[in-house]
Ligand binder design. Structure first.
Ligand code: G6Q
Length: 554
């Protein structure tokens, strides 16, 4: 009860007016000139002390520009913002997505069958496991060739059609876990309404060996339905209308929509409105992942998610990975003025991980008003971006090292290569680069050091590295389904904690609506046979006229 009263009271108070926020502002001012090399010189045990471990992931945050006092003040702020009670509320299924009046219960998607979480009198964990069971049966049938196409051929190609949360998780997980996938099956992902996406994904494929998974929570998304219709036409042209039942399955919450499209609801895998799109890769939306790696390894991925959930729920803030990552992100964003955050996985299989995180973080925390609708007078979510190392080192790292902006980095690496001992020396080289980059960013190279190398005076300033550029390093033993699950859950929960502190709804996405509405109106204008009466601004009108004049050369 006290928590509820505090929560309500707490949310009425402006964040920047809180004494804890102001203490952090003052503290940041006092630390403005403090250098990472000074901290390391003063604290010989810093590198090991400023670290935490959970669910198989080790976080080194010693190269962040913080001291013990900083962390204490950040935790004070989290407490003042009732983070702990909001976390508890999320875990028990309260409607933490308050603008849509829904729970955000992705933690239920990986809860063991022995647990129960009630939503409106229904145990959702039991429902989750019933769907997992059906997914497992189906995935096994596709993998062992029992599920056949309309002509009796086994399935060789699986194409996921979906967009946003119904695409980014599946494609990221497939790439990340390719090593564990059945190489007899090829996977494709079609998301863009640009017709070339579907064309390229199906080029050269035999429709008789191709299975489409149409993934759409709402089953109303324009891009997905357009591509799904293109897929159906492609299939029917080769195999006839009766083939649809053998070549299409759906993942959705909308059984009517699935039926209307022509997919048998026996071949539909459901989920629930309490699963947000960007939090859904471990629901039935992960069907392609399960077909790729098999139900047992999919279960290991869920175990990894769950291990991080438990760590997050039960560990004090000082040792809690998602909490620490969130507080460090707030520190860099709101008190050191960093407006972006680079995610740099030293694992080529994680090449789609930054894109996945872009949605998770920016759709969640790209918000401009607080819970009560008041404009935020502080920055909310930073821009997340990134590329795998070492490739990025040969392009944008220049700016990270010597640019004028502060770009905090999350380095992600694994201690063991996937290729076994044969790959070890090349993997050592990869990881040497990761460690070298975070060291170079933190400690730089002084003018005196540059001069001592014999560099001429006119060139010397160009070769100086200021250092003092903060980073986290995340290490796991090996990229496995389990460690991937833990890594994703780590970021999911970090995003939520940041959103609680900023007092925003991390689970809605109203910002994607306006463009969709305008596109609907514009589409008919582009193709109109009569000259349309354009009533946009003069720029949009001129662009539409130019497009119409050139769109169909004959
Ligand atoms: C994610 C968003 C959004 C959504 C897509 C696809 O959190 O809600 O990215 O996943 O718009 O929606 P459907 O799954 O309904 O097609």
């Amino acid at each position: 009860m006290k928590d509820t009263i505090d929560a309500v009271k707490g949310q009425g108070e402006a964040l920047t007016g809180r004494p804890q926020w102001q203490a952090l502002s003052l503290h940041a001012e006092g630390l403005r000139h403090r250098q990472l090399h000074e901290w390391f010189a003063d604290e010989p045990d810093r590198g090991e002390r400023l670290s935490a471990e959970g669910a198989g992931i080790y976080l080194d945050y010693s190269k962040q520009r913080i001291g013990d006092e900083t962390l204490r003040l950040l935790i004070d702020l989290a407490r003042a913002c009732n983070v702990e009670s909001r976390v508890a509320a999320m875990f028990v299924g309260e409607r933490v997505n308050f603008t849509e009046q829904r729970p955000a219960l992705h933690v239920a998607l990986r809860a063991p069958v022995t647990e129960s979480i009630m939503v409106d009198g229904v145990d959702v964990v039991a429902d989750v496991h019933a769907v997992l069971q059906r997914m497992g049966d189906f995935a096994d049938r596709v993998r062992d060739g029992e599920w056949k196409g309309a002509t009796g051929k086994r399935i060789r190609h699986v194409i996921n059609i979906g967009i946003g949360g119904s695409d980014l998780g599946p494609v990221m997980a497939y790439e990340a876990l390719r090593h564990y996938s059945d190489r007899q099956l090829a996977f494709g992902f079609v998301s863009n309404v640009d017709p070339v996406d579907f064309h390229e994904a199906t080029l050269g494929l035999d429709p008789a060996e191709t299975l489409f998974i149409v993934c759409s929570k709402t089953f109303t998304t324009q891009e997905t339905l357009t591509n799904a219709h293109a897929a159906r036409d492609w299939c029917v042209a080769a195999l006839g209308a009766d083939a649809v039942a053998r070549h299409f399955v759906a993942v959705s919450t909308n059984a009517d929509g699935v039926r209307d499209f022509g997919i048998d609801t026996d071949n539909m895998f459901g989920f629930w409105d309490w699963v947000g799109g960007r939090y859904s890769m471990d629901s039935a939306i992960g069907l392609s992942t399960m077909i790729a790696i098999g139900p047992a390894q999919f279960a290991q991925m869920l175990d990894g998610f769950h291990a991080m959930d438990v760590h997050f729920r039960d560990t004090p803030p000082e040792r809690n990975l998602p909490m620490l990552m969130a507080l460090l992100a707030i520190w860099n964003n709101n008190f050191l003025g960093a407006s972006t955050l680079a995610v740099l996985p030293y694992a080529d299989h994680l090449k789609r991980f930054p894109a996945y995180l872009q949605q998770l973080t920016m759709e969640s925390n790209g918000k401009h008003v607080t819970r009560d609708g008041t404009p935020c007078d502080y920055q909310t979510g930073p821009v997340y971006w990134g590329e795998p190392g070492t490739n990025g080192q040969h392009s944008f790292y220049q700016l990270l090292h010597q640019g004028t902006r502060l770009v905090p980095c999350d380095f992600i690496g694994f201690c063991q290569p996937l290729g076994g001992a044969d790959a070890l020396s090349q993997h050592d080289l990869l990881m040497a680069n990761l460690f070298a980059q975070s060291e170079a960013l933190a400690f730089g190279k002084t003018l005196a050091q540059v001069r001592a190398e014999g560099t001429s005076e006119d060139i010397a300033p160009h070769r100086v590295f200021e250092g003092n550029r903060p980073s986290n390093t995340l290490l796991a033993d090996r990229l496995t389904p389990r460690s991937l699950g833990a890594l994703v859950a780590l970021y999911e929960h970090s995003v939520f904690v940041q959103g609680v502190i900023w007092n925003i709804d991390s689970f809605d996405q109203w910002g994607v609506e306006l463009g969709k509405q305008l596109a609907r109106r514009t589409e008919s204008e582009l193709a109109a046979t009569d000259t349309p009466d354009l009533r946009h601004d003069s720029s949009t009108n001129a662009l539409i006229r130019r497009y119409r004049a050139a769109r169909n050369p004959r």
